[in-house]
Design a binder for this molecule. Structure first.
Ligand code: PLP
Length: 443
């Protein structure tokens, strides 16, 4: 359980942050001022000896918990063997590709290993363009697929797109059914909003396309935009829309996979059958590793030598990913995420009954987005309240990621999947206290 023994930030944290501020650019997230020293499971210790509970998992990465002993042992043993062999085949890579094909839906037959989530979304887009006659890709408002220029063009967040000049051409932008807030959804039920967004897709194509469509890319739920799960009818309709037009359906599960939402992959909730699936984050569970899993028809359209990567599929990453998947399966972490998610949702809804500024509670497994507003009627975003709640939680021993969402008014809840019921309740108690303190502080 958390133990805070210095003022926060502690003196050593302050010193190191000062060095970072001097020698690093300020482009990174504005996280609470704490310097992690080590972490185990769901607990983080800072360089001053303070002990915190973790609702970040890094950034939804350490799904099997920080420094899981089996994971550490497997990675260490691979470190004695070989680190990098470029795209010469190595055994962990071959085994990981096999495992990914085995645990994803049967129509997906090949897996391509890379390093970051952006590598995976870029690779999927390249594959789609190579395998199809067209080149245009439809993406959605509010989407986040990474920060490389192609991935940013596929995405729809102003913060990743604006200020960098023209992005990669060939991307169309359509509305996403953010039922709580998108103008197209105003006054509409989930189903009506789903229908309106699907109809608008045709409008977008009619007015934006050169007639050279090839693919559609979406996250199953929008992570960076605030953990927004679309209506199931929209996602199923979108898949159908792709099928009818012979377009490649790319599902970006970089964030939503490996148990995070209470199923191994989000697509398992709804029986989706995308042609290409992007994976990352929890796949490596710490050591960077990402992948695209897809149909042979698409993946084999690329001739030998046309796509590989310096670090992609290296034996350390692949060993880490194999260990992480083994732990997720052996320790039944998918089931734990589903069970703990119910507890988190119940507690957040209780908090919402007392704090109307908690405008919307969105919880699926251990992926949560708490959207703060100044007034539940007007839904005016309340970024200060989100930030203050995170600060108050930090002061009490709970680490959350800096606010997310289109208006920076969403607190993300993403503990490692190994969280116990006791840790869940303890962290929720801290959060509840922090929330009330933040409301009092920000008025
Ligand atoms: C859905 C999704 N796609 C892609 C990415 C990009 O991953 P990375 O930061 O590893 O490049 C992220 C990262 O948050 C993500 O959430």
């Amino acid at each position: 359980m958390p133990s805070i023994i210095t003022e926060l930030p502690g003196p050593r944290s302050r010193e190191i942050i000062e060095t970072a501020r001097t020698y690093e650019p300020r482009s990174m997230g504005d996280q609470v001022p704490v310097v992690w020293d080590h972490a185990q499971g769901c607990v983080i210790w800072d360089v001053d000896g303070n002990e915190f509970l973790d609702w970040s998992s890094g950034v939804l990465v350490a799904s099997v918990g920080h420094c899981h002993p089996y994971y550490v042992e497997q990675v260490k043993s691979q470190c004695d063997r070989v680190f990098n062999c470029y795209d010469f085949v190595n055994e962990p890579r071959a085994e990981l590709a096999k495992k990914l094909v085995e645990i994803t839906p049967p129509h997906l037959e090949k897996a391509f290993l890379v390093t970051t989530g952006s590598d995976a979304t870029e690779a999927a887009i390249r594959m789609a363009r190579r395998a199809h006659d067209g080149y245009e890709v439809v993406g959605f408002d509010g989407a986040f697929h990474g920060r490389t220029l192609g991935a940013a063009a596929a995405g729809g967040m102003g913060s990743t797109r604006r200020g960098y000049g023209p992005l990669t051409p060939g991307f169309l932008q359509a509305p996403f059914p953010y039922v709580y807030r998108a103008p197209i959804c105003k006054g509409k039920s989930e189903d009506e909003c789903a229908q309106a967004c699907l109809e608008y897709l045709d409008w977008v194509v009619e007015h934006q396309s050169e007639g050279r469509l090839c693919a559609v890319i979406t996250e199953p739920y929008q992570g960076g935009a605030g953990g927004i799960v679309p209506p199931r009818a929209w996602m199923e309709g979108l898949q159908e829309w792709c099928r009818e037009r012979d377009l490649i359906f790319i599902l970006d599960e970089v964030q939503s996979s490996f148990g995070r939402t209470g199923e191994m992959f989000f697509m398992d909730h709804w029986g989706l059958e995308p042609d290409l699936v992007c994976l990352g984050k929890g796949l490596g569970s710490g050591v960077p590793c990402s992948a695209v899993v897809g149909t042979s028809e698409i993946m084999d359209a690329l001739p030998p030598g046309s796509m590989s990567s310096t670090n992609g599929g290296n034996p350390i990453s692949c060993t880490a990913a194999l260990a992480a998947i083994e732990i997720i399966e052996r320790e039944r972490l998918v089931e734990n995420a589903a069970r703990m998610g119910e507890l988190f949702e119940r507690r957040f809804l209780e908090m919402q009954a007392e704090v109307p500024q908690l405008g919307q509670v969105r919880v699926t497994g251990l992926m949560g987005g708490l959207e703060f507003v100044k007034d539940p009627e007007t839904k005016e975003p309340a970024p200060e309240l989100a930030r203050q709640t995170i600060w108050e939680a930090f002061q009490r021993g709970l680490i959350c990621i800096a606010p997310i969402g289109l208006y920076n008014n969403v607190v993300r809840v993403a503990p490692p999947l190994v969280i116990t019921e006791e840790q869940a309740n303890e962290s929720l108690d801290i959060f509840e206290e922090a929330l009330h303190a933040a409301v009092a502080e920000t008025g």
